[in-house]
Unconditional design. Sequence first.
Length: 375
Amino acid sequence: MDDVEGSGSEDEGDGTSATDLSDEDDEDEDMEDAAPKSGGIDRAELRKIMSEEQKTVTATISEAAKADAEKGRAVKAQRKTFDALLNTRIRLQKAIVSTNSFASPQVQVPDAESLNDPVRAAEEAACNLWNSLNDLRESLHTARTGDKRKRVEISTTTPSDEVWSYMQSYESETLPHRQSVLEKWSAKARGQSTMPTKGRLTNTTEQTIVDVLSSQLADPTRLVQKTRTARSCAPLQAGTESADIFDDADFYGLLLKELLERRSEESQTGALAGMSFNNVPITSHWQAAREAKTHRANVDVRASKGRKMRYTVHEKLQNYMAPEDRNGWQDRQADELFSSLFGQRNALAEEEVEDRDSDEEDLGEQGLMLFGGKK
């Protein structure tokens, strides 16, 4: 009994009991059982969040790719339309030259009655071209605004004043949109200025593309006068000015230059793919002229006026050796050989006889002189 009481007193002295220890063990087991459950819930939530983020990123990338693809298709369609218009201008070059040739006094114009059918056909072709261009402009306007306008068609009986008034009204409607698009893409292409306006030495403001175009179009009289000066579109009246001439060689040359620069990588020989005039590819003389202007010769500017010695370094001599005389013949043997080859042996023999006679005479004279001296 004493031992039991002693052990009980010792347990009470420690401040803990067997029941308390068992309760703590149960709580630890419950916490251990709950830990993997809570960890499993966190992992599932993390997987769900990561999958949602991945879906969001994938959707964003796909939307960006779709937007880029749509932009690429739009640029491709725009370039195709521009190429079609430029191809039309190239095909009109021959017609413009022929029309300008009528104003030359060198061309004999036939009777007016014989020109009725060609003139009527030319008028109908011009009206059809105008209708096609107007349909293109209307389709672009409808695609941009969604509003459908009344389709306008002209014929050979339509008055010119009516056509001109319609073109002016349409131009005034589309001018603000065109200017805004030009300013937008010009600013993107130019980029931001490296130096702010306040830090510049001069207070001059930078002109926009719209300001430049407006300044160029401010004097229409000068522009019309330039189109009436004969150049490449009127070869018979070269250098003259006439109201019956239309020559846009400057603008046409810029269009061709831009076309060649854009297609130079695709066609090195000058034959442009898909662009031809009367089934004949455009020649490469425009490209050759452009390369000749941009090519610069490698010239040393410091070598002028004798400030630098000019010399040319020759290549090294290879297998060079001083000549050696290995001939065993004497001069007389060589003379006999060449004289026998060219039939000069007799002449050589006569010269030898004359030499012997002269030698004998000299010896006789010398003997007389010696004899006389002894005497």
